[in-house]
Design a binder for this molecule. Structure first.
Ligand SMILES: Cc1cc2nc3c(=O)[nH]c(=O)nc-3n(C[C@H](O)[C@H](O)[C@H](O)COP(=O)(O)O)c2cc1C
Length: 345
């Protein structure tokens, strides 16, 4: 499949793996890139630019395909040394960066000077337009369904994606709620040129996280995520657990007086405990509503291969079949060429 996104990144399939704290290590990024998608190392999971350089080198040993690095611009008091991270990325020969969080405007000159293609992840059309204006090459449009930070506008992808298509000139991928061929075909129909997946990629063989995390994703359904830190305007969608329940109680008790210090225990230093040690109730960790669509733990290659082959079937058989009446749609009668198991009789 060729789209402006596959062309821009030089990849085979229009599937991107979003940066994920303590998940986006070289093992996952290289597996996604080797399967023809775009794998992304999470920059800030590496505590220093030197460690990021080493992780980039490790990834380079595992794949000769393009991969990227996520740089999340945090609303943080002690700002990470972003300029040095960018230097490590450039010196490591990485030519694709996924930015997220605050606007990357301040760092665009350095990124562009290093010849880096920038895809900025954002949660509203106005932020996507700003990204376009400041020279980003593409955007990842993150709907309200997404795992992580959906912003404060609460617009789901069914509306956000066609709005982005109306407004943007640069290509964009649909992010949030993407899991399978149905997501990809729907995203393409809504105007995106590919998909970005987070939560779905955690439930793969190669994701270097504790087995408890993968089991939790298998056990959960689409009603098991919660929105936390809304009163702080730093909303995060997370998987519910005992500590998230406690956090939401604190939010209710404190009301408008809530500060980050009140929920510090539930949100600080959680990721290594959950992802590396499998302490599932350690605190709040990002998870998308798409968890309801996760029923297995395939290899990354199986997952991407399945998405692409089922997407082709879906387009060529189900959709074309419905248009021409040749398919096995409801009331169509005779069995047609549709081979989409989930929608069989
Ligand atoms: C466990 C986890 C950690 C994440 N960490 C980051 C991060 O550090 N930086 C970032 O830009 N996005 C992060 N994200 C967001 C993803 O890159 C992606 O945008 C999001 O998961 C898409 O929604 P989905 O989970 O429905 O696929 C994280 C998501 C998850 C599930």
């Amino acid at each position: 499949m060729r789209t402006r996104i596959t062309e821009l990144f030089g990849i085979q399939h229009p599937i991107v793996q979003g940066g994920m704290h303590f998940v986006g290590f070289a093992e996952l990024a290289s597996a996604v890139s080797n399967a023809g998608g775009l794998g992304i190392i999470t920059g800030l999971t590496q505590r220093t630019p030197e460690l990021l350089a080493a992780e980039i080198a490790r990834c380079r040993d595992m794949t000769d395909k393009p991969f990227g690095v996520n740089l999340t611009f945090l609303p943080s008091f002690s700002e990470p040394p972003y300029a040095e991270y960018i230097q490590a990325i450039a010196e490591g020969g990485v030519t694709i960066v996924e930015t997220a969080g605050r606007s990357p405007e301040q760092y665009m000159p350095a990124l562009k000077q290093a010849g880096i293609t920038v895809i900025h992840k954002c949660t509203s059309v106005r932020h996507a337009l700003k990204a376009e204006r400041i020279g980003c090459d593409a955007v990842s449009v993150d709907g309200f369904e997404c795992g992580g930070h959906p912003g404060e506008d609460d617009v789901p992808n069914m509306i956000l994606l066609p709005r982005a298509a109306e407004a943007l000139s640069i290509p964009f991928v649909a992010s949030g709620g993407m899991a399978d061929a149905r997501s990809l075909v729907a995203a393409l129909a809504l105007g995106a040129e590919g998909i970005n997946m987070g939560t779905r990629f955690i439930a793969t063989q190669e994701a270097p996280v504790h087995e408890n995390v993968k089991q939790a994703l298998l056990d959960a359904d689409e009603s098991d995520t919660r929105l936390i830190m809304r009163p702080l305007r730093n909303t995060e969608r997370v998987l519910n657990n005992a500590n998230v329940t406690r956090l939401l109680e604190i939010e209710r008790e404190k009301g408008e007086d809530l500060t980050i210090d009140d929920v510090f225990d539930q949100v600080a230093g959680v990721y290594p405990k959950v992802m590396l040690h499998g302490e599932m109730d350690a605190g709040a960790w990002s998870c998308g509503m798409v968890v309801g669509l996760i029923h297995d733990i395939p290899t990354v290659d199986e997952l991407i291969g399945r998405i692409m082959s089922e997407a082709e079937d879906l387009i060529d058989s189900r959709l074309v079949g419905m248009r021409t009446g040749a398919g096995r749609g409801r009331g169509a009668g005779a069995p047609g060429p549709v081979r989409w198991p989930a929608w069989g009789p």
